[in-house]
Design a protein around this ligand. Structure first.
Ligand SMILES: Cc1ncc(COP(=O)(O)O)c(C=O)c1O
Length: 393
């Protein structure tokens, strides 16, 4: 090539490497938009089997497949997909399965972005009925003959309520509907919804799965025949994951079990201690003896994660005061990273809700949400203690 081609051609074509014979330990970043369409791939496309080969990264890419395969394995699923964000995963699942005239029964206390998208679905002709995650009767009442899907979060935001996954999946199936869950808060280390009858599991991978607060991504896992329509939606709506982001996600996943172990122990230790502090009104954590649904936590969860809901005495003024006095806990909207974060639902996930709507969800004045990281629990407790001791109540 060097002798017969001009610089403009060399600049584009010279130096290309075929995949090496040696096997890298880490899956490489296949930072490519397209792949050679060899003759066998051309034949496969003609046979309608394009999905079995890599052709174009929106359709699939080995680095995406490495991350998706790990998530599927962790969830005990046959198939998995990764997405550009958790919202891309959620919207792809909902749009893959719901069309105008269908009915969706969805939990009331969903992540705000998901609730917002349900309103858009309604404007597109999908009927939506909300139910209370903790109230099976309200879920039963929400079902209709045309219900196509029952959607809920396995641990809710911000009060970490434990969903009765098996009972809700059974209700969905009795109504002839799919059971779909967002399993972002527990992760498959703490809860594996497919084992309890759920059809499809969704994640915001931006949280615990990636775990380092540096990538936005999403995932879906389930049986191959139920994931297939979601893949088609991914192709059409375009929420595919960039290979470099997929590589970061796959690397983060390698330490998921280790990180969750520490999030679980730190979460339980701090939640138990917070209950004893006089400035604290109420603590919400799955494995506290004060949790009225402790039995469900024991049944479904291997650990409570690092998410703690907390209500301080003195209402929102005291909560804001505390927020700004913390030093190790950074004030930020997200969750699930190695570093501890704190947020006020009033300012973040539930900012668009009225005070009455928040109260209905149990988010009373003074509510904070902690995402406890993997730091030393004693250091975190001293940070919380200093902030709690100095707020005006
Ligand atoms: C439970 C839950 N699901 C989904 C999402 C949306 O994910 P992403 O921000 O990755 O789009 C979030 C984001 O905060 C979330 O908390």
């Amino acid at each position: 090539m060097n002798t017969k081609h001009k610089p403009a051609t060399l600049a584009v074509h010279a130096g290309k490497q075929a995949p090496p014979d040696s096997r890298p330990i880490s899956t490489p970043i296949y930072q490519t938009a397209n792949f050679f369409l060899d003759e066998d791939v051309q034949a496969a496309i003609q046979d309608g089997k394009r999905g079995e080969h890599y052709t174009y990264t929106r359709y699939g890419n080995p680095t995406q497949a490495a991350a998706a395969g790990k998530i599927a394995a962790l969830e005990g699923a046959e198939a998995g997909l990764v997405f550009a964000s958790g919202m891309a995963a959620i919207t792809s699942v909902l749009l893959a399965y719901l069309k105008p005239g269908d009915h969706l029964a969805a939990a009331r206390d969903l992540y705000g972005g998901t609730s917002g998208f349900l309103q858009r679905l309604e404007s597109m002709g999908v009927a939506v009925t909300l139910f209370d995650t903790e109230d099976l009767e309200s879920a039963r009442r929400a079902l209709r003959p045309d219900t196509r899907m029952v959607y809920f979060e396995t641990l809710t935001n911000p009060l970490v309520r434990v969903a009765d996954t098996e009972a809700l999946a059974r209700l969905a199936h009795e109504a002839g509907a799919l059971a779909v869950v967002d399993n972002t808060f527990p992760t498959p280390i703490n809860h594996r919804p497919l084992e309890w009858g759920v059809d499809l599991v969704i994640h915001s991978g931006s949280k615990y799965l990636n775990g380092h607060s540096d990538v936005i991504c999403g995932a879906v896992a389930g049986p191959a025949d139920k994931v297939q329509p979601v893949w088609k939606a991914l192709l059409q709506f375009g929420g595919c994951m960039d290979p470099t982001a997929a590589w970061h996600l796959e690397r983060g996943l390698k330490t998921l079990a280790l990180r969750m172990e520490r999030h679980n122990t730190n979460g339980l230790e701090l939640a138990s201690w917070l209950e004893t502090h006089p400035a604290v009104d109420q603590v919400f954590y799955p494995f506290l003896a004060s949790n009225p649904r402790l039995d469900l936590a024991r049944r479904y969860l291997a650990g409570g994660s690092g998410m703690i809901g907390l209500r301080v005495k003195g209402g929102d003024t005291a909560a804001m005061d505390m927020l700004n006095r913390l030093e190790l806990f950074s004030v930020a909207t997200s969750l699930g990273g190695v570093e501890s974060l704190v947020s006020m639902p009033l300012l973040t996930s539930h900012a668009l809700f009225s005070a009455e709507e928040r109260a209905r969800l149990g988010i009373l004045p003074g509510t904070l949400r902690l995402s406890v990281g993997i730091e030393d629990a004693g250091d975190l407790r001293r940070d919380l203690e200093a902030a709690l001791n100095s707020i005006n109540r």
